[in-house]
Design a protein around this ligand. Structure first.
Ligand code: XUL
Ligand code: CO
Length: 442
């Protein structure tokens, strides 16, 4: 097997002052942060699709990247094997512990479903071989239920039950592949589970179908003893005009409505949060506070574009705030940080893939150090707790305990026992605290 990234040696931690371009300045896997190795706090994964299956095409132009396995005319299984060789060379040189994949990234579709299944099984065995030699593990697997024309009107939410059935067969095999590779979790991104126009859409019917599909997935997971989390990845739109898994709060309501809470969690993507009009911080805080947090797709959007640009994360402040919430909630569990990131189309040198990941990984590492310092410093938490202190005693505790009614409260207000006075929210002071922690930590 010949080397593909001939100009790049394994990336090492060299510290903040190194002059080596492709080196980690902050990602030091063995460094202990809040009692755990940095590698185990972050659980970083590389996404197979954007980095190896996507040729750098966009809606206006063809692929620009140097990806010989994408050449038409190649034998599809030979090409898939070369792609896997290169992907695992990349994972091993980057030195990160995990990868993530869609069934369609790993193996080519065959002429029939049975042939596609055989291709996937063969490629899963092939990937298992690479995993054994490199020690790279699988953070999660997923099924591509959105690219093939049969899924143009959705998979589980398709008006045609035969498409639902086909998607069910496909997802079963993708879960089997994930289990066979020892995957820590399984993800469902509802790429086209939404609509283009309400004129042809029965929304209620489609939600019932989606719930049925998810119940079948949950039942199957239990029947085969798969122990990882099942996760939904919220996204508000793109490719469809409106997607049902709009954001964390919408997914939470859906899970509650269809009795799926505790079975499904969320995989939160930075750029999906901003597309939904939220901050990344908001989405993570919502999920952690409501017990549905699962994992993260690390990336960012471009403030001038309204679409999913999937850029490498580079804002330590943005990621620190999200990581602060994750750490407050007890850390990542079986989740991780998956680089669901695309190079820009002009980044066509082979080593650009390393530059993108190394910078993104150092951003996560710096953010972890900042978030850990926010926890250890404690002043943000103290201020938040102090703001709500009134709810644990006196009138606050009585209200939440359910022992007082509107008339009782009215009586007390009339009697002058209750006379609230506005208090400062201290926003600027808290923002300054964040900046001071950022500056003194990294
Ligand atoms: C699409 C997206 C997907 C999912 C996996 O926006 O984020 O790559 O992460 O299907
Ligand atoms: Co994603």
């Amino acid at each position: 097997m010949s080397e593909f990234f001939t100009d790049v040696s394994p990336i090492r931690y060299e510290g903040p002052d190194t002059t080596t371009d492709l080196a980690y300045r902050f990602y030091d896997p063995d460094r202990i942060v809040l009692g755990k190795r940095m590698e185990d706090q972050l659980r970083i994964a590389v996404a197979y699709w954007h980095s190896f299956a996507w040729p750098g095409s966009d809606v206006f132009g063809a692929g620009t990247f140097d990806r010989p396995w994408a050449d038409v005319g190649r034998d599809p299984m030979e090409a898939a094997k070369q792609k896997a060789d290169v992907a695992f060379e990349f994972f091993a040189k980057l030195g990160t512990p995990f990868f993530c994949f869609h069934d369609a990234d790993l193996a080519p579709a065959g002429e029939t479903f049975a042939e596609s299944k055989r291709n996937l099984e063969e490629m899963v065995d092939y990937a298992a071989g690479h995993m054994a030699t490199t020690g790279v593990k699988l953070l999660w697997g997923t099924a591509n239920l959105f690219s093939h024309p049969r899924y143009a009107a959705g998979a589980a939410t398709n008006p045609d039950p035969e498409v639902f059935a086909y998607a069910a067969a496909q997802i079963k095999n993708a879960i089997d592949a994930t289990q066979r590779l020892g995957g820590a979790n399984y993800v469902l991104w509802g790429g086209r589970e939404g609509y283009e126009t309400l004129l042809n859409t029965m929304m209620r019917q489609e939600s019932e179908q989606l719930a049925r599909f998810l119940h079948m997935v949950v039942d199957y997971k239990h029947s085969i003893g798969f122990e990882g989390m099942l996760m939904i990845e919220p996204k508000p739109q793109e490719p469809t005009k409106h997607q049902y898994d709009y954001d964390c709060s919408t997914v939470h309501g859906f899970l509650e409505r269809y009795d799926l809470l505790g079975e499904l969690f969320v995989n939160i993507e930075g750029n999906h949060a901003t597309l939904a009009g939220h901050s990344f911080h908001h989405e993570v805080a919502y999920a952690v506070d409501n017990g549905i947090f699962g994992s993260i797709d690390a990336n960012r959007g471009d403030p001038q574009n309204g679409w999913d640009t999937d850029q490498f994360p580079n804002s330590v402040e943005e990621v620190s705030l999200a990581l602060y919430e994750v750490l407050r909630g007890g850390g990542l569990g079986t989740g991780g940080f998956n680089f669901d990131t695309k190079l820009r189309r002009q980044s066509m040198s082979r080593d650009d893939l390393f530059h993108g990941h190394v910078g993104g990984i150092d951003t996560l590492a710096r953010s972890l150090l900042v978030a850990a310092e926010m926890i250890e410093d404690g002043s943000l938490e103290e201020a938040r707790a102090a703001r709500y202190a009134g709810w644990s005693t006196g009138i606050g505790a009585e209200i939440m305990g359910g022992s007082v009614s509107l008339p009782i409260l009215e009586e007390r207000v009339v009697a002058g026992e209750i006379d609230p006075s506005p208090v400062s929210g201290r926003q600027e002071q808290l923002e300054n605290t964040v900046n001071r922690i950022l500056r003194r930590t990294v």
